[in-house]
Design a protein around this ligand. Sequence first.
Ligand code: PMP
Ligand code: GLU
Length: 397
Amino acid sequence: MKNRLLSNRLQNISYSQTIAMSAKARELKNKGYDVINLSLGEPDFLPPNFVLNAAKKAIDEGYHYYTPVSGYLELREVICNKFYRDNKLKYTASQIVVSTGAKQSIINVLLSILNKNDEVIIPSPYWVSYLQMVKFCEACPVIVRTTIENDFKINAEKLKKAITSKTKLFIFNSPCNPTGSVYSYEELKELAEIFRKYPNVMILSDEIYEHISYSADKHVSIAEFSDIYDQVITLNGLSKAFSMTGWRIGYIGAPEWISKSCDKIQGQMTSCANSIAQRAAISALQSSPIEIGYMIKKFKKRRNLVLDLIKEIPGFQFNQPNGAFYIFPNVSEFFGKKLYGRIMNNSDDFSNFLLDEAKVATVSGSAFGDNKYIRISYASSEEKIIEAFNRMKKVLL
Ligand code: PMP
Ligand code: GLU
């Protein structure tokens, strides 16, 4: 009724489609339908025991109060060590801000630097919230299309073409949600060469899937290229690698003028991230990545399983994902066809069809900027994945 009173800024953005699809699947489940939810990017593991124990200990030891706005110093120091250990990046504690999930880290950064009509380059397919958050800041998203033939990666030429005098920021993630693509050292070096020529363009490098990678090559952070270190905000978090989505811990390493401004925003908006989750994060990030190796192995097994199963459904065109836990097939061969009396016009139709007829929840590619694709998350058990593909096969063949 009072919608007209809502701010323009709010009316400019849409609901998160990943969260909406997952809510729809949950609703159907509550109504008694046997739905397999491959929509949300949420690992199905428990967080490691040592993390759970650290949280319990924190409660017993009395960590109940506000923490410093950017996070406990001890945690920020552990994050500095982690950045150095895993990414060869030198940050000091004053360059680190811990937030309520990587989502808050992202919005802090955007609010810190974006003015109305500033341009933000986002390669598509992109993660669902980048576009909406940029719009929320009243900045202007500049979408650069990548193609399945180029493994959904932007190259120097495309990047250069997109940069104008209004460009303020470039946002990308590797390993990539939704495509599973992983940028190599050489590919990032090529991009870094361009950024070096534009010192006023900042880069938000979302590395939340850093550890969920299946290639033998080591993860590369774009801030490793020392010429552009001062232009990069390196983003990470505990949701994916430690299966701690609900604990809400994300963090950035950034030039101090950025970390200070994120601290300023956070000090007014949320005060700090949850104290108990921060204590648990200390134990998580102090541990060796070997400790979470069992989850990565499982994800790799599931990735291989998905690659086998998807081949059995003609009409899905896909690339091999090398990281994260999604596969992103092109489903446009089904467009124009009638399935169970419904014409498939785009990936929204297709994804809704799979939910209604196969009771399998996926996310339409329109959420990620391409309505010829769907995203299938394999952060689910092998049994569920097998059953989901059986059901899809049944309604599609
Ligand atoms: N970036 C990407 C690419 C993601 O997939 C997610 C998933 N939620 C996030 C950021 C946000 O993570 P968090 O749970 O830490 O807010
Ligand atoms: N990042 C996950 C996804 O893409 C979780 C949902 C969200 O944060 O939007 O599914």
